[in-house]
Design a protein around this ligand. Sequence first.
Ligand SMILES: Cc1cc2nc3c(=O)[nH]c(=O)nc-3n(C[C@H](O)[C@H](O)[C@H](O)COP(=O)(O)OP(=O)(O)OC[C@H]3O[C@@H](n4cnc5c(N)ncnc54)[C@H](O)[C@@H]3O)c2cc1C
Length: 495
Amino acid sequence: MTSQTAFDILVVGSGVAGLATALAAAPRRVAVLTRGAPGEDGASRWAQGGIAAALGPGDSPAQHAADTLAAGQRLNDADAVSRLTAAAPDTVRWLDALGARFDRATDGAYALGREAAHAHARIVHAQGDASGAELMRALRAAVRAAPHVTVLERRTAFELARAGDGRVVGAWAHGERGPELWRAGAVVLASGGIGALYRYTTNPAYADGAGLALALAAGAELADLEFVQFHPTALAPRDGERGQLPLLTEALRGAGAVLLDARGRRFMPALHADAELAPRDVVARAVWAECERGGRAYLDATRAVGDAFPARFPTVFAACAARGLDPRREPIPVVPAAHYYMGGVRVDAQARTSLPGLYAVGEAACSGVHGANRLASNSLLEGLAFGRTLGAALAQAAPAAPAPAVAGVRVWHPLDAAAETALADLMWRHAALVRDARGLQAARAGVAALRAGLPPGAHGADRLALAQRMLDAMLARDASVGAHYRSDGLRAACA
Ligand SMILES: Cc1cc2nc3c(=O)[nH]c(=O)nc-3n(C[C@H](O)[C@H](O)[C@H](O)COP(=O)(O)OP(=O)(O)OC[C@H]3O[C@@H](n4cnc5c(N)ncnc54)[C@H](O)[C@@H]3O)c2cc1C
């Protein structure tokens, strides 16, 4: 194991949250450690809809906050929500100044999209449905030009390094040259979500909970672990396909696309007054029910979007074309898929975790802004706004001298492909959109069996421990709320 240069700040992850933190921390010396390359390896580049910000006439941060609290079933932290929505307009202007090219109306103002559960049109987007790719292009360029940031590519952190007094002082990471220790005065976890723990997800493979697992193994407090958001409309898998599926943005339903069953009949109007624009969890469970019945569900945009499809939704159009589908002429087969994690490492208003020296931002953090369900397009905003705030605060604080780390105790030993598949199948079958105690207990036993064969301290075992903690939280909350639905629960939140 080699010991490397020390930095003021080590950021684990290079999505919107990690790069915003790193940029705002100038002039401190920042290392961004990431599994692939910045802008390419996380969920951020896949984002389609855009960033929510109260910028339109008649809108306000207070109204944005009210919508966020309603979506989160008021299990949100109201103070965190106010800070988030108040920071949104300035976050968009900051991105603009960095060079992000947002779509504009003819008068030059931002073209604002509207998504379900937002009382106003407030989604700032880029190149139609390629918002994440454009944001990451701008952030990556800014990081490349920033002399205070060093990027450490193709490395996976697998243990937090601790000083003798327990303070987090760096991370051990596995790279091409084996395990390395990277030391820093402060460590920021910006490692994204957990979608890849499920058989079907809109997330890329690196959103597999590895960051949360190392925080859990170090004893950090995690929160809201039962709240996983599923998107109703991912492109249905081909035979045997699993993992990341292309997303069909909610904006399609906003534009009038409708959901059909296998016989071509709309099923949402009978289930909710807002039909296809009902809350995301309601629509996702309805699509799940169609699939569970052995049928299929389709998203039909032939009338609502038709020939405008390639221009308005180029990302979705390309994904359909790659499957030989023409969404201008035919309904698109869909399934629900794991999409966003409301749970994460518990943080306070300064993004501090329960471990001294460790901070968390973005999807890896549980700041309390989302409650039981995230309002669409609030997550890019959270990573950017809270990342900038944290970076600026760390830049202001006197840098802690990186203390010597005590020897690590974990080993680089990921799960093999068979165990990954078994884990993702257990989570999909028992811990997805509709849960009950019996299924959750079966999943827990299955995960325990997978854990049994691994050596002590294995990184793979830490990810299984995370899955067990998620299942425990799902078992403990025996009533349905927001994205957590118990079919055997005391009361059901939605039909
Ligand atoms: C298809 C899709 C569409 C979406 N659309 C929208 C949208 O329109 N609006 C919106 O607000 N949100 C959207 N989201 C959600 C949003 O994209 C994410 O919540 C957000 O990008 C998360 O940013 P992040 O920086 O926290 O994590 P990510 O962008 O996922 O980055 C995580 C980083 O951590 C790294 N990492 C992970 N583990 C380790 C480790 N152990 N060691 C080192 N590095 C590690 C990864 O390599 C990656 O660089 C969408 C998500 C998807 C998948």
